[in-house]
Write a protein that binds this ligand. Sequence first.
Ligand code: NAD
Length: 256
Amino acid sequence: MTAAAAPVAVITGAASGIGAATAVALATSGYRVGIGSFAGDPHDPERTLAAVRQAGGDGAVIEVDVRDTASVEGFVEQAVQRWGRLDTAIANAGILRAAPFAAMTDDQWGDVLSVDLHGVMRTARAAVRHLGAGGSIVAVSSIAGGVYGWGEHAHYATAKAGVIGLVRSLAVEFGPRGIRANAIIPGLIETPQSLDAVNSLGPEGLRQAGGYIPAGRVGRPEEVAAVAAFLAGAGASYVSGQAIIVDGALTVAMRD
Ligand code: NAD
């Protein structure tokens, strides 16, 4: 693949976790990657860029706040201006907040929806304006909402269920233009989000989960990233409108 022909991907929330691993997976597959960096994130996006370069790839750190339409459009446009094309958008950014439903405020509800559902919409909308035939969108859903309900996380599960309806609709609307849209439904993956014991399982909860997940352990970000890279690329040229579960068989196991 010549440098001029190398495809271009943008990834939101790429300073850590699944997003960082996906940047590296796409770089390994030959993409030039726009590494979405959120100012409120304590992780250093330059580490993702260094890992992309280590993998022999090319990338750039670009700021993006998916709660803001202008920011998302600027993010995508910077990548297009830099590299002259866009082939894939990975809508990965997400937040998780525990909140009992009866006491949940409109702001709590709205904050999570603004990132986890509207942020995916904004990313996909900005991307489809630049994608051509062969282009793809991959959005990150969750087993919470994508498969299960989750007490005290109704806003999160609602957003993640919505992501699936969104990619199905995009697959239908943009299929005739040769653009595909899919979702990934990760199970329990060890990242800063799941290691947060206040809003998620935390280290001890993840350790215990290894006891009931058939795979015997929680997942690694790279194991989700590999599926994202597959869905993004030509190897998945006839896969669209789907939501692929990556969970070590967690959701098919009968607990006894
Ligand atoms: P993470 O916290 O490492 O990554 C989330 C990323 O989103 C961070 O880089 C953060 O900076 C970014 N982000 C947050 N708010 C943003 C905003 N307003 N604008 C732009 N970026 C923003 O955790 P992760 O687990 O890698 O999460 C990646 C995705 O995977 C999320 O959508 C998450 O909900 C989903 N997910 C994770 C798991 C899991 O077990 N870790 C399971 C299912 C789904």
